[in-house]
Design a protein around this ligand. Structure first.
Ligand SMILES: N[C@@H](CCC(=O)N[C@@H](CS)C(=O)NCC(=O)O)C(=O)O
Length: 317
């Protein structure tokens, strides 16, 4: 992480913890949106590009939220993407030639932390992805995936004019409460289990994860989507965790009461979403496995398991 703009070489994936050994995720520091003037200029045809770029990692569920939203909303031609290597190096996320990542020679930076210090020379905090970067102003517009999805869906609507609305006004309250219900218990719950530093903190997280998965399995008895009867951002937020569950969390984070493959409704839901290219093409199993299993604190030998083989891998080819 960075302290007053200086990279600390002792990188600790455990982030912060409380006095009971519970994992605490850092809150995001940059919470702006894309300039309305630029959006208007692109919409009116005065300029061609938004002057923004999205930095992501395929391993990262939060970053993948933004990739899926970008694809669903038809923003691929407006927002270029740079994909870092799946392994966190001693200097954090970097471009280092891993297959499927953006070649280093195409990038003006090597490490993601360079964006943070360029944006704020005194930045203190973790250099996380996703980063929505202003290529004109050389600043971080936003580094919070929840915001970035809403910027894409709402603020960029005049640019994409998509038929897809990931957060329709009428469903907003339900979307927010669904998101809240799954965030701490499941999206972040798996991390709370994986990075717990006491047995009690792990047990608490494990129980939250499976209480929520069991609730979701019932929910999908009579629902096709997370909220309402259309695809929303809640589906994206749920999908990115489910897609990593059996291949990474079940083993590495010890959330091993059951796999998603053991839940009939959740498996069918995954199959339904994966028929959409926005979900399948942004799910890179090799990056996910290689990335998670490279976390030395949890897997000192760095051995990446071969399995499991999952039914839905067929959608990824
Ligand atoms: N709140 C952020 C969280 C992003 C985040 O934690 N990303 C992880 C990867 S999955 C990261 O970059 N970690 C690097 C680090 O902690 O040093 C979001 O949702 O955008």
């Amino acid at each position: 992480m960075l302290v007053n703009g200086v990279w600390q070489s002792k990188w600790d994936p455990v982030q912060k913890k409380d006095e009971q050994g519970r994992f605490i995720r850092q809150s995001s520091a940059f919470r702006h949106t894309i300039s309305p003037d630029r959006i208007a200029a692109v919409t009116s045809g005065d300029i061609e590009t938004l002057g923004v770029k999205l930095y992501v990692a395929y391993i990262c569920p939060w970053a993948t939220r933004t990739l899926i939203a970008r694809s669903l909303l038809g923003l691929e031609k407006y927002i270029p993407v740079s994909i870092v290597d799946p392994q966190l190096s001693d200097s954090g996320w970097r471009f280092h030639g891993y297959p499927g990542s953006t070649p280093a020679k195409q990038e003006s930076i090597t490490y993601i932390h360079q964006l943070y210090t360029e944006a704020d020379p005194d930045y203190t905090g973790r250099a996380t992805v996703p980063v929505l970067w202003d290529t004109e102003g050389h600043r971080i517009i936003n580094n919070e995936s929840a915001d970035i999805i809403r910027i894409f869906n709402h603020d960029l609507r005049p640019v994409h004019n998509s038929e897809v609305d990931l957060a329709p006004e009428l469903l907003l309250q339900e979307i927010d409460s669904f998101n809240e219900r799954i965030y701490d218990s499941l999206n972040n719950g798996v991390y709370r289990a994986g990075f717990a530093s006491t047995q009690a903190a792990y047990n608490e997280a494990y129980s939250d994860v499976f209480t929520t998965l069991e609730w979701l399995e019932k929910h999908f008895d009579n629902h096709r989507y997370a909220v309402g009867d259309q695809l929303t951002e809640s589906d994206i937020r749920l999908f990115v965790t489910l897609a990593r569950f059996d291949v990474a969390y079940y083993g590495l984070f010890k959330t091993n009461k059951a796999q998603i493959g053991d839940y009939a409704n959740l498996s069918a839901y995954m199959g339904r979403l994966l028929t959409l290219p926005a979900f399948s093409k942004n799910t890179n199993i090799d990056h996910i496995k290689t990335g998670y299993y490279s976390i030395k604190a949890l897997n000192p030998m760095g051995i990446v398991p071969e399995g499991p083989e999952l039914d839905w891998f067929g959608y990824l080819k």
